[in-house]
Ligand binder design. Structure first.
Ligand SMILES: Cc1cc2nc3c(=O)[nH]c(=O)nc-3n(C[C@H](O)[C@H](O)[C@H](O)COP(=O)(O)O)c2cc1C
Length: 277
């Protein structure tokens, strides 16, 4: 049953909420919107679209942005060429300054993830930020990768190309010659979701991509760390060390920090394989 509340005194009967309702939960009755009994995924479109602020959604965050809210102006799409350049100049950052990230910037990155779309508005993503325990997680993950790589009997399949890198990663860390897993980033953000496969990986991927771009907009850089997923896959103790629950799964991890590298041009890419049917 939907938790939508429609103030029929405020409703002017424009029908926009009914037209935009994915689940047909809202219908028009005597020229005004009314809530039916059909399932509601709490997407909040009815709140966003109502010109009269006549709709609220139970105990979910109350959005009361009026037309004078500065976010209304800022929220317009960026200039398209500039946006595409911004996307092209984003790089995976593997060199970070020894500089901490302001708490407000981390909050904005999380907010970008929270506002990502999710299948059926499931909103199953949780966010873990590694700060003080980066060293401990790094050590466990690097050792796990090393153990797999050093065991010549162990087939690594498509990851065979990383065997030597994982040995070097371990040797370098042991000798204090650098961190090739997290690149000494001051924070690592993990997106954790439920164990069901379904669309949760897509949800997490979309959120991660938005968080990455928000980080870039804040002058920070990011690198996705698939090797952390590999370490968890090889040894479940790594997951436990991080504090990911038995009923959860890590979908994405990425480092964040101030880049200590400058790129002068975008990288080459393969031509797009496009089929217009
Ligand atoms: C799912 C995923 C996992 C990745 N894992 C790693 C990783 O463990 N270590 C790393 O240095 N880079 C990692 N990368 C970064 C890619 O190598 C990088 O995106 C690619 O080489 C293209 O470079 P660009 O991001 O600068 O355009 C990963 C990227 C993705 C999307």
């Amino acid at each position: 049953m939907a938790n939508i509340l429609i103030n029929r005194d405020k409703c002017i009967g424009c029908g926009q909420c009914q037209r935009d309702c994915l689940c047909d939960t809202i219908y028009m009755d005597e020229g005004k919107a009314r809530v039916g009994t059909k399932r509601c995924i709490k997407c909040g479109h009815c709140i966003a679209i109502c010109p009269k602020e006549a709709i609220t959604l139970g105990n979910i965050e109350n959005i009361n942005w009026d037309q004078n809210n500065p976010g209304m102006e800022r929220g317009r799409a960026p200039e398209p060429e500039a946006f595409l350049d911004f996307l092209k100049f984003r790089r995976s950052i593997r060199h970070y300054k020894n500089q901490d990230i302001e708490a407000e910037k981390l909050d904005m990155i999380i907010e970008a993830g929270r506002y990502a779309p999710t299948a059926s508005n499931g909103q199953k993503n949780s966010f873990i930020i590694l700060r003080k325990n980066i060293g401990q997680v790094r050590k466990a993950a690097v050792k796990t990768l090393y153990d797999a790589a050093a065991n010549k009997e162990r087939p690594l399949g498509e990851r065979e190309m990383y065997r030597q890198s994982w040995v070097t990663m371990y040797d370098d860390l042991e000798r204090g010659k650098g961190d090739r897993l997290f690149f000494d980033a001051p924070a690592v953000i993990l997106i954790v979701t439920d164990k069901e496969t379904g669309s949760s990986d897509i949800d997490a991927g979309i959120a991660a991509s938005r968080m990455e771009l928000q980080a870039n907009a804040l002058g920070l850089g990011v690198c996705y760390i698939g090797f952390l997923s590999t370490a968890i896959e090889f040894d479940d103790d790594v997951r436990k060390q991080i504090g990911i629950g038995d009923d959860e799964r890590m979908a994405v991890a990425f480092t964040v920090g101030y880049p200590d590298v400058k790129y002068f041009r975008p990288v080459p890419r393969k031509p797009a394989d496009v089929r217009i049917l």
